[in-house]
Ligand binder design. Structure first.
Ligand code: LRH
Ligand code: MN
Length: 427
């Protein structure tokens, strides 16, 4: 199924009068403050978010999985689904693949297929947290940290193979997330495990093309429940610093213990020039992989407030971060969930762009927490939805992507094409 812009333009027609009114209102308010609305709209349009190939089907938990039908069965169909999202919101211009779930068989055909949807390939993800049927050595007790050098070698070779697939597709970065760790005190030697991981990562880093980046993703627990080798940003940063200037830390919002100040971690990593990118999602308890902004929209805004400050800092050595979603859908339609997530990220970014940075800095230097909060929350409480909608409409996308998804019966059409039982590879 493909959606053409005429279908979207005719849907937008009905919503246009309301949109024009609310867009005019916010435009006058912002222009009145000397903020260029068109510049904001352009910034929002150029902010493209990569969709995870493993989140286009219904996820599940160990307690159950409730598929909704019409799921993509192949890499081509996954690219079609990201193409549908991009047609609806003009903000999902890339796909992030997970190997071996998405090994591209015909490279030229896959590249042409993605290009036909105006999609790029963002970071490729390795997988040494599952054993594949034809695998010689098991990753049950770890991969890059394993006590057995043959297992480590197998895991290093897998990562080098992932880089080869990514290179062929035009990707420029590798994300390494390691489940490696232990579930019982005494089970693993912390130092040996970390040293073996660093030595293994050095072999992978040496195998990366010169223009590639390595993103090291940390996580405090799960699937192991006593220690994780790369448990927090500090350990990831330590490894990235010892690997070289093209190794960075990747921040998955769900990979933090309760009440962690993630925006402070983001500010610190940007200050060090070591913030590689994000896996956006939301959570209340653990790595819940829920819709971005569903639980903690203010935290998301505070994170973007640090990102905008860092990106506007002319002295900053930090590269342009990779914006990726990492979610798993148990109750919502996967594509509606992803549309809501992209919207939430764009809203937080647009609100952060409204923060009067000089006034905020003056309030901070004056130790005036009341004024600082007033300035920050004035931006957070500004309804920027008309700006995001205008950015979409000017890019021939939908004023209201979720409403358009439903009005165009996208899921019904996909179920008709693929069947009620079609299953997507992934989590
Ligand atoms: C681990 C993780 C990682 C992916 C996986 C699908 O929890 O966040 O980024 O490899 O989810
Ligand atoms: Mn992740």
């Amino acid at each position: 199924m493909r959606i053409d812009k005429n279908q979207i333009n005719s849907l937008n027609k009905k919503a246009l009068p309301d949109h024009r009114e609310s867009f005019e209102y916010i435009s006058q308010r912002l222009e009145g403050k000397g903020i260029s609305v068109q510049k904001l709209v352009q910034k929002i349009q150029s902010f493209q978010i990569a969709i995870p190939s493993w989140a286009l089907g219904t996820g599940g938990t160990r307690f159950g999985r409730f598929p909704g039908g019409g799921e993509p069965r192949t890499l081509e169909e996954k690219i079609d689904d990201v193409g549908l999202l991009h047609a609806l919101n003009a903000g999902s211009g890339a796909i992030s693949l997970h190997i071996p779930w998405d090994i591209p068989k015909d490279i030229a055909q896959i590249k042409a297929h993605a290009a036909s949807h105006k999609l790029l390939f963002d970071a490729v993800n390795s997988n040494t947290f599952q054993d594949q049927a034809d695998q010689e050595h098991s990753y049950k007790f770890g991969s890059l940290c394993h006590t057995d050098a043959q297992v480590r070698k197998q895991a290093v070779n897998h990562n080098l193979e992932v880089i080869r697939h990514g290179e062929a597709l035009g990707s420029k970065s590798l994300t390494v997330w390691l489940a490696d760790g232990s579930s019982f005190p005494g089970q693993m030697n912390f130092r040996k495990a970390l040293q073996r991981t660093l030595d293994s990562l050095k072999e992978i880093y040496a195998g990366m093309p010169d223009d590639w980046k390595m993103f090291i993703e940390y996580k405090p627990y799960e699937p192991y429940f006593y220690h994780t080798v790369i448990q927090d940003w500090g350990t990831s940063h330590l490894l990235a610093s010892q690997l070289g200037e093209r190794a960075y830390t990747l921040v998955d919002l769900g990979h933090h213990l309760p009440n962690t100040n993630i925006e402070q971690i983001v500010a610190t990593l940007m200050m060090q020039g070591k913030l590689g990118g994000f896996h956006f999602n939301d959570s209340k308890f653990g790595d819940d992989d829920l819709t971005v902004g569903a639980m903690k929209p203010y935290q998301l805004f505070l994170i973007f407030n640090e990102l905008v400050e860092g990106m506007q800092d002319k002295e900053s050595r930090n590269p342009y971060p990779a914006w990726m979603i990492d979610a798993s859908h148990n109750l919502k339609d996967p594509m509606e969930d992803l549309l809501q997530s992209v919207e939430a990220i764009q809203l937080a970014y647009a609100q952060a762009l409204l923060v009067d940075r000089q006034a905020l800095e003056d309030a901070r230097e004056a130790n005036d927490p009341v004024l600082a909060q007033e300035i920050l929350q004035d931006a957070f409480r500004t309804d920027v939805r008309p700006l995001i909608a205008e950015a979409r409409m000017q890019a021939d996308a939908a004023l209201d992507p979720v409403a358009a998804f439903r009005k165009l019966n996208v899921r019904e059409n996909l179920v008709r094409e693929r069947g009620k039982k079609s299953m997507a590879t992934g989590l």
